[in-house]
Design a protein around this ligand. Structure first.
Ligand SMILES: *[C@@H]1O[C@H](CO)[C@@H](O)[C@H](O)[C@H]1NC(C)=O
Ligand SMILES: *[C@@H]1O[C@H](CO)[C@@H](O)[C@H](O)[C@H]1NC(C)=O
Ligand SMILES: *[C@@H]1O[C@H](CO)[C@@H](O)[C@H](O)[C@H]1NC(C)=O
Ligand SMILES: *[C@@H]1O[C@H](CO)[C@@H](O)[C@H](O)[C@H]1NC(C)=O
Ligand SMILES: *[C@@H]1O[C@H](CO)[C@@H](O)[C@H](O)[C@H]1NC(C)=O
Ligand SMILES: *[C@@H]1O[C@H](CO)[C@@H](O)[C@H](O)[C@H]1NC(C)=O
Ligand SMILES: *[C@@H]1O[C@H](CO)[C@@H](O)[C@H](O)[C@H]1NC(C)=O
Ligand SMILES: *[C@@H]1O[C@H](CO)[C@@H](O)[C@H](O)[C@H]1NC(C)=O
Ligand SMILES: *[C@@H]1O[C@H](CO)[C@@H](O)[C@H](O)[C@H]1NC(C)=O
Ligand SMILES: *[C@@H]1O[C@H](CO)[C@@H](O)[C@H](O)[C@H]1NC(C)=O
Ligand SMILES: *[C@@H]1O[C@H](CO)[C@@H](O)[C@H](O)[C@H]1NC(C)=O
Ligand SMILES: *[C@@H]1O[C@H](CO)[C@@H](O)[C@H](O)[C@H]1NC(C)=O
Length: 428
């Protein structure tokens, strides 16, 4: 086998005064052609113990003067590896896997040295620590680069990595760096079905403006592609089915939208619609627990149903896991939503918003679900939610009546009180 002696070089991108610093690293093959590059801003937040037994947090950026020593292009027998060494013994490593058509990031490894007192002052344990995580992300088509401008978070134990402005490509042939981006879901907030977005230049009419007083017809064309916050469309309604063998045991029709705080600090809310056509369904059916698992691109949503008192079922748990390359994982298994009798289905056509945790909300539309006792692949009788029922209009009336009654009560007691005190004065 031919020995692969990669020439490893490093290009440092200029960091303007106002520009945020992005690190750019390239790995070259033995023909001196780029085979792998990574371009990103990466912020580390690391919790560590100090000598006074306190927990300290160190926040720092991946510097732009990194070494790529140890990186490899990969060949017939080995896979590519991007290793970025920096500072006093720290390194960030990504390795890749591939098949004929797609490639993946496999494992992200971060090694840090708490002996570096400029980053870890007063660390109690001095030495080299390693955290690593397998990354689940969709396959990147060969000859595409991964692009993600928006931040994505990867949390491994006490280390949080926040990636932004990422572009990465591996398996580059003959130095032909791709211009075809595979965009992360964070950059395409409205998960519309557009896998290959052709970025044809907008047809900007640059003809000389008419001298007539009529309004120039260029106004509708945005001069710079400023990202306009697009309104989030309604989620499409999916018909999800779980089977055991050839028998349908769980049915769920719904439009599903998730609203979650990526960094779990309730600031950076992100909304994702589950697109049924992009979703693979799995699940389990048990006697008193059933689950429906929906995997849509980087988003996994699991709904767990349970039975209580042998008569009622309800939505007990919601587990959400969103990856690439970061991870948002949130779950709550002590919910009590969507209650209906076992043997019937729960239905709610109106939009409903459910709080799962402080960082995760779920919105459903045209919901109908039956997690137990499905017969003949069909929904049984529906028990409708209160919102759908004709009685829901009574709520404001009831509140009004109650309020009026209360006011009356206060008035009466005031009058009686006044009368009493009057008689009191008179008797003195
Ligand atoms: C350590 O923690 C204690 C209690 O939380 C606090 O009073 C003290 O100031 C901390 N020391 C340092 C050096 O941060
Ligand atoms: C890799 O495989 C190709 C054909 O599949 C072959 O031509 C080439 O020599 C191999 N390279 C190495 C380093 O084994
Ligand atoms: C990536 O690195 C991890 C840990 O170093 C290793 O277990 C895994 O096998 C590597 N993957 C490939 C495809 O080489
Ligand atoms: C390290 O510890 C010393 C003594 O406990 C303290 O004076 C100093 O402020 C600490 N340094 C940092 C950066 O916390
Ligand atoms: C930490 O630094 C000390 C002194 O600078 C050195 O003796 C020791 O070997 C270092 N340990 C590690 C794990 O780097
Ligand atoms: C991405 O890079 C551009 C230009 O380098 C910069 O203006 C922008 O703020 C960066 N975005 C993020 C999310 O860091
Ligand atoms: C621009 O629009 C004109 C007329 O609508 C059309 O003929 C032309 O092909 C368009 N150009 C591009 C680049 O789409
Ligand atoms: C200019 O005016 C003419 C006549 O009113 C009209 O046909 C043409 O579309 C106008 N062009 C632009 C760019 O406004
Ligand atoms: C399921 O499979 C069994 C045997 O494999 C068959 O007898 C039965 O008819 C099938 N049921 C349906 C609904 O297809
Ligand atoms: C997402 O949830 C947050 C917090 O409840 C809320 O402020 C925001 O408006 C929600 N976004 C959407 C699109 O529902
Ligand atoms: C989803 O797939 C179905 C059947 O394959 C098709 O009829 C429907 O139009 C698709 N919906 C979208 C939005 O592409
Ligand atoms: C889970 O949901 C229950 C009921 O809504 C709520 O009381 C609890 O705080 C939630 N747990 C978490 C971790 O948010």
């Amino acid at each position: 086998m031919k020995s692969y002696k990669n020439l490893l070089l490093l290009i440092v991108m200029g960091c303007g005064v106002l520009q945020s610093c992005a690190m750019r690293a390239e790995v070259y093959d033995n023909n001196n052609k780029t085979c792998l590059y990574g371009n990103m801003e990466l912020q580390f937040t690391i919790k560590y113990e100090t000598i006074d037994k306190n927990v300290s947090t160190s926040v720092f950026l991946l510097p732009n003067n990194v070494s790529t020593t140890g990186s490899t292009c990969g060949d017939n027998t080995t896979e590519p590896l991007l290793k970025l060494g920096f500072g006093n013994g720290h390194s960030f490593t990504v390795n890749f896997t591939h098949n004929q058509t797609v490639y993946h990031v496999d494992v992200i490894t971060f090694v840090y040295n708490t002996n570096d007192s400029s980053i870890f002052p007063n660390a109690s344990a001095k030495g080299v620590f390693t955290v690593a995580s397998k990354v689940t992300m969709p396959g990147l088509p060969m000859d595409n680069y991964y692009k993600c401008v928006n931040p994505e978070i990867l949390i491994i134990n006490n280390v949080t990595m926040k990636f932004s402005n990422v572009s990465v490509q591996a398996y580059i042939k003959d130095g032909n760096v791709s211009k075809q981006a595979f965009e992360c879901s964070a950059d395409t907030p409205t998960t519309t079905l557009a896998p290959n977005v052709t970025t044809s230049a907008p047809n900007v009419t640059t003809s000389a403006p008419n001298v007539t007083t009529s309004a120039p017809n260029v106004t509708t064309v945005a001069p710079t592609p400023t990202p306009v916050p697009t309104p989030i469309p309604k989620p499409e309604v999916g018909n999800y089915v779980v089977k055991t063998g050839n028998v349908t045991c769980l049915l769920a029709d719904m439009g599903l939208q998730l609203n979650f705080s990526i960094t779990k600090n309730q600031s950076d809310w992100k909304v994702i619609n589950i697109v049924p056509n992009d979703t693979s369904t799995s699940g389990t059916c048990g006697i008193d627990t059933s689950s429906l698992k929906l995997q849509e691109k980087q988003m996994m949503v699991e709904l767990v149903f349970a039975v209580k008192n042998s008569t009622k079922f309800y939505l007990k748990g919601v587990n959400v896991n969103h990856t690439i390359p970061g991870q948002f994982a949130e779950s709550n298994n002590s919910l009590e939503y969507w209650e209906a009798s076992v043997g019937s289905s729960y239905m709610c056509n109106k939009n409903q918003n459910f709080k799962i945790t402080d960082n995760l909300f779920l919105t459903t539309l045209d919901l109908r679900v039956q997690p137990f006792n499905v017969t003949d692949n069909k929904f049984s009788t529906a028990e409708e939610c209160f919102l759908d029922s004709d009685l829901s209009f009574l709520v404001p009336i009831a509140v009004g009546v109650a309020l009026g009654f209360l006011i009356l009560l206060v008035l009466i007691s005031y009058i009686i009180g006044r009368k009493k005190s009057h008689t009191g004065y008179q008797s003195v």
